[in-house]
Design a protein around this ligand. Structure first.
Ligand code: PDD
Length: 275
């Protein structure tokens, strides 16, 4: 495919970055993954607003950045992308030596590329989540490219034949390694509050909006590990998985392993909202 790197459009195989890039040496950068449906970026303003928050949090000024909507539209067109995602990454840039403290005025490295994905339709099959201790850092609100914790957790989940870890810290559920969790109990929809312990997913926020618009009672309160067996329904959300029902957490079976009515309602509301 064609990628955008620092103002140039290049075949992916020819796009190169310095070995001194702080993204390569320190994972000193942030990213976004933006869904594309029917050749158009979905919830683009929300993703760009979160990108600005991540950049601001780590002190990279995006002043030299291109016009994101134009650049993303061009990227989608050049790659003839119908359904998939746009990956956008900005690192602090490179200097000519490896020092933890960034020195001088660095030129951020900007990369955009696409990934195609199958079109989601119908109700996904309820899947298994693996309960794991959240070993990540305490600034999960920054969409950092430093993902070693998430990778280790993903691997542990896979060893248990689960599609995603369900992370807990101090007795409450935070989020997944690359997703946000929701629980339903007595008709009320629960999800962890958007603080430093989670990345507030754009899909999460959109599903909360859809739920409120459908008169589903919503509480941004983390549910506890010891309450998991009492959940009536459970699902996760992310850009790539949209709304994914969870029928099992370790050995706890939720809603007899099926997709619950509120989850089903939100899957349908989500699909109807895509266009
Ligand atoms: N992951 N929490 C974490 C830690 C994430 O990395 C992600 C997204 C989410 C869900 O956010 P959103 O709904 O905006 O996709 C929650 C992306 C997709 C990834 O790493 O590929």
């Amino acid at each position: 495919g064609t990628v955008y790197l620092n103002g140039q459009w290049l075949p992916a195989a020819q796009a190169q970055v310095s070995v001194f890039d702080r993204g390569f040496l320190f994972a000193d950068g942030v990213y976004e993954v933006i869904p594309v449906y029917g050749g158009r970026a979905f919830l683009l303003d929300e993703h760009l607003a979160r990108l600005q928050r991540s950049l601001q949090a780590i002190g990279i000024d995006g002043n030299d950045a291109p016009s994101w909507p134009t650049c993303i539209a061009q990227l989608i067109a050049k790659n003839k992308l119908e359904h998939g995602t746009v990956y956008l990454q900005i690192t602090r840039g490179s200097s000519n030596q490896r020092t933890h403290l960034p020195t001088g005025s660095l030129q951020p490295t900007i990369l955009l590329m696409t990934q195609s994905a199958p079109l989601h339709w119908g109700t996904p099959v309820p899947a298994k989540a693996a309960l794991l201790e959240d070993i990540r850092w305490l600034r999960c609100d920054i969409k950092s490219i430093s993902l070693l914790g998430s990778i280790l957790l993903k691997q542990s989940a896979q060893e248990q034949h689960a599609i995603e870890p369900m992370l807990h810290r101090d007795g409450t559920i935070t989020e997944g390694a690359a997703s946000n969790y929701f629980g339903v109990k007595n008709g009320v929809l629960y999800t962890a509050p958007a603080n430093h312990l989670i990345l507030a997913g754009i899909t999460r926020n959109w599903v909360l909006k859809l739920a409120r618009g459908s008169d589903i009672e919503v509480r941004e309160e983390a549910f506890r590990v010891d309450e998991l067996s009492q959940l009536d329904e459970c699902f996760l959300t992310s850009t790539s998985r949209e709304v994914q029902p969870i029928g099992r957490i370790d050995d706890i079976i939720i809603n007899s392993g099926g997709c619950g009515p509120i989850t089903q309602q939100l899957i349908e509301a989500f699909h109807n909202s895509k266009r």
